[in-house]
Every structure is written in C-alpha cells, then in structure tokens.
Design a protein around this ligand. Structure first.
Ligand code: ATP
Ligand code: MG
Ligand code: MG
Length: 476
C-alpha cells in the first residue's frame, strides 16, 4: 500500500527581550551559570510573577504577521511536570485560551506556493538547561534560561513531505528575522522544532498514529529525521505492525531516530489556570498598535521589488532571503540609483564571495558606499567587469576603497587603440586555430580571442573595444 506522510511542526522561538517573561532577570545568552536568577524564576515560595509587556508585544507581532486571530481575553496555565531543569515543577504556558490562533503561512516550493494553516501561537516560559559533562556521573543545571520568554508556534498537520517541512521552517524563520524578535539561532537553541509525523493510506484524509521527533539542531536535521521516520513507519506498517505513539530523539551520529528512554511522558500535565497571573484583556488598540509596528514582511518586500524594479521573482526572492541582504540592497539604492546593477552585483559577485567565505553580508568587509563606488567605476568604463570582480575580492581582503585599489594595482581599463593593438597582435599570433575559424565564417571564435585579450591584459582591456578592433583586424 502506498502511504502519504502527514506532518505538523511545533516551533519554539526565544524572544530577545531585555528581561525574562515574568521577572526582571536579564534575558541573555552566555552569562556565567546561574547568575541571572531570582526567587520568581526559581519559583521560591511567596514569589509572584508579573508579565513582561515587551514579551507580549513581540508575541503579538508574530501572531499578526502569521495572520492569526488575537483572542481579546486570554490567560496563562500551569503545565505540571517534573524535570530537573524545571525548578518550579511547572511551566507557565497557555492551554485552552492561547492569545492567538487560526493563522497561516504560504510556503514557497519549487512548483509554487502552498497554504499551511497555523493552529495557534502561544506565549510560555522556557526551562533551564541541563549539562552532562563527559567526565563523572553528575549532571549540572543552569537556570539562567528558566523563565525566559518563549513562543510556541504550532502548525496544523498540513505538511506532506520533509521538503515541505523544510520550506515551512525556512519561510517562518525569515518572517521571524524580519520581525527582529529573536536570534533564531538553532545552534544556540533560540529556535527549536519538534516534528510530528504519521502515515496514512494515500488518497485518504484521516490521521494515523504519530510519533513526535525532538533533538534536531538544524533544518537539515529536521528533514533527515523526517525522512528516516517516514521510512521507519512505512516498514512497520508494511510488516503488519502498528506505529505506536511515542516521542523519539534524532541521533545525529547514528542518523536515526530512537525512542526516548523514559516512558513516564504519559502526557498528563494536569493543566490548570495559573493562579498567580490573572486572566487579561488584549484591547483592540493594543492589537492595532502592534499591527502598525509591523515592518515590511518578506512577501511584501518581494512583491515590491518585482513591481518597482522589474526584478524576476527569483531575483527578488534571492535578495530578500536574508533581511541583512535586503537592507544592504536598499542602502545601496539610496546612494546609487540603479537597482538592476546593484542587484546584479549582489546576486552575482557578492554572493559568490559570501558563499566562498561562509559569511552573510554583514560578515563581509563591505559597506553600501564601497560597493556602489565599485559599481560606478565599472559602469563608467574606468575598469572592466572582470577587473571589478578582482577589485571586490581585494576590497574584502584589505578593506581599501575601490578607487585606491584600481590606482595601486594599475587596473584602470585600457581602451585606447595604441595600448590594445600590441596585445591583440600577440593574441592573434598565438591562436592560429581560432583566427582560421573566424576567417572560415565562425563568428563566435572572436569571443574566445576577446577572452584571451582580457586574460593577457589582466582584465584591463575594454572588451567592447577589443572585440571591435579584433574584428576589424581579422577582416582586413
Ligand atoms: N496524526 C498526526 N500526524 C502528524 N502530525 C500531527 C498529527 N496529529 C497532530 N499533529 C501535529 O502535532 C502537533 C501537536 O502539537 P500540540 O502542541 O498541539 O500538542 P502536543 O505535542 O501534544 O503538546 P506539547 O506541546 O506538550 O508537545 C501539531 O503540529 C499537529 O499539527
Ligand atoms: Mg506543543
Ligand atoms: Mg509536542
């Protein structure tokens, strides 16, 4: 029998507020262990939580960006469970009245977009962190993270392949980055994803028994874990066994999912309303204020780039695929009024440099002023396109402005016939075959010869002039 995978994702995002969700402790990563803690986030008797308004504001932005309905009357609940990283033995979360629900995200796939429903977005607090040193039998606990604000974004089971799950995560992360509410760094744990997956006979609409996958620390790992799990479930069903509902951990080393050891996770969280935080109202004006504060989101920016600059969908998508790149593009545009050329440089040579250095645009030694100055040197014919790429490379290494590099390296383009003709003679003498080809009517052979002129002149020759001169010389 053929099966269709059914996938729903729970994404946890750490909000980068200055302080924790319910107390005044600093919300920072990397401090000395157990230095950002207080009676409230440790749950000491008599301490009382107070909601951080900034966390709620950030949460509202996310909900609105995902098209969720905001519930005007909402509350927090206690989710009770015992685990050493949870000092209070309960987590403040939201159970049956999340502050927002019924949103959606249109994910981009190779063959178009797909509408994925978002079930709910709720606000909760994070737990601390357990550390298991390689040496010794003891585990350590760091409570700095306990009580930091976390959003849980839960999708409906509308995804049907590991690739769709990957696209969902990529598009969701981009929106979160544009909103600037989280670092979204999976390695640091500020973005986490649990993947729920089940199989059903192809062509049916019911839901099968799911397993919940945890412990993936990259989107790639989510895709691999889902791939593995789909094959595992297929094998179970194919052999006439049933899939059991369980939580499984992705093991990066073994590249497989394994059942979580403790079976105590019998999901009885004994939820009840948090008695120390009264239910509260989110007013229409608060929602409106959050809506007004929304930045231009990736989809809107893409649309505007296509409409205002005549970019292809693909180019617009590339330029907006990182907020830093889109911002860089717009900063260039303020200095140099040629969107097409700027896009060409960013998508071509600059992206090449980012990829080969494993950096994003912010990590490159490049400012909008430096890049647009370089583009201008090429566009005004002072240096060739090829020399321009060399200057870019040099600029990133030395941090010197383009004009200085051109001067120091003597890269200014040569288009005067006198200087070029010697190079052209040399190329003609050394490439008899191409010369004969050209004379025999293969007009394309001239391109090869132009290439040789460029090479010999170290990119300094003006290719247009070189081509004209070559043709004139060969036809004579
Ligand atoms: N049969 C199924 N197959 C695949 N995914 C499913 C199935 N049923 C539910 N899901 C997905 O599993 C996720 C369930 O998340 P939710 O937070 O509602 O519950 P939970 O995992 O039980 O709770 P917790 O937050 O304690 O982990 C959703 O993304 C949902 O779409
Ligand atoms: Mg959940
Ligand atoms: Mg879950």
């Amino acid at each position: 029998m053929k099966y269709e995978p059914v996938i729903g994702l729970e994404v946890h995002v750490q909000l980068k507020t200055a302080t924790k969700a319910f107390c005044g402790c600093a919300n920072v990563f990397g401090s000395k262990e157990n230095s950002n803690i207080c009676p409230v986030c440790l749950g000491l008797p008599g301490s009382l939580p107070v909601l951080n308004e900034k966390a709620l504001k950030a949460a509202l932005k996310v909900a609105l960006a995902l098209g969720c309905q905001v519930r005007s009357f909402t509350k927090f609940d206690r989710k009770n469970y015992y685990y050493p990283d949870l000092p209070k033995n309960f987590q403040i979360s939201q159970y049956d009245m999340p502050f927002s629900e019924h949103g959606s995200l249109d994910i981009s796939l190779e063959d178009g977009t797909k509408h994925i429903r978002i079930k709910r977005v709720h606000l909760e607090e994070d737990a601390g962190k357990l550390i298991h040193p390689e040496e010794g039998a003891d585990s350590l606990v760091d409570y700095n993270r306990a009580g930091t604000p976390l959003l849980e974004i839960v999708s409906e089971p509308d995804l049907h392949s590991p690739d769709e799950a990957y696209a969902y995560l990529t598009d969701l992360k981009l929106i979160l980055q544009y909103l600037d509410i989280s670092d979204c760094d999976m390695e640091k744990g500020s973005l986490r994803c649990d993947a729920n997956v089940s199989l059903r006979p192809a062509g049916t609409t019911g839901l099968g028994v799911k397993s919940e996958l945890k412990n993936m620390n990259s989107f790639r790992a989510v895709r691999l874990a889902l791939d593995y799990e789909i094959r595992r479930q297929e094998a179970e069903l194919g052999d006439g066994r049933l899939v059991v509902q369980e939580t499984r951990l992705w093991n990066e080393k073994k590249q497989m999912t394994l059942p979580m050891r403790s079976k105590e996770e019998a999901h009885d969280y004994r939820y009840f309303p948090e008695p120390d935080l009264p239910p509260f109202v989110i007013s229409a004006s608060e929602i409106e204020e959050a809506r007004q504060g929304l930045p231009e989101l990736p989809k809107e920016k893409r649309g505007r780039f296509v409409a205002s600059f005549g970019f292809s969908d693909k180019d617009a998508a590339t330029l907006t695929a990182a907020k830093s790149l889109a911002d860089f593009f717009e900063a260039c545009l303020k200095l140099y009024d040629n969107p097409k050329k700027i896009a060409h440089w960013l998508i071509g040579p600059v992206s090449f440099q980012m990829n080969s250095r494993g950096q994003d645009i912010a990590g490159l030694r490049l400012s909008p002023a430096f890049l647009t100055e370089l583009i201008d040197l090429v566009e005004t014919g002072k240096i060739s396109q090829l020399a321009g790429k060399e200057v870019l490379q040099e600029m990133l290494e030395s941090g010197k402005p383009a004009a200085k590099i051109v001067e120091e390296e003597n890269l200014a383009q040569v288009s005067d016939a006198g200087s070029l003709s010697a190079v052209i003679e040399e190329v003609i003498a050394a490439n008899k075959k191409s010369v004969d080809d050209f004379k025999a009517g293969k007009e394309n052979a001239v391109m090869f010869l132009v290439g040789q002129v460029m090479r010999l002149s170290r990119g300094k020759a003006n290719p247009k002039t070189a081509r004209e001169m070559l043709i004139e010389r060969l036809k004579a």
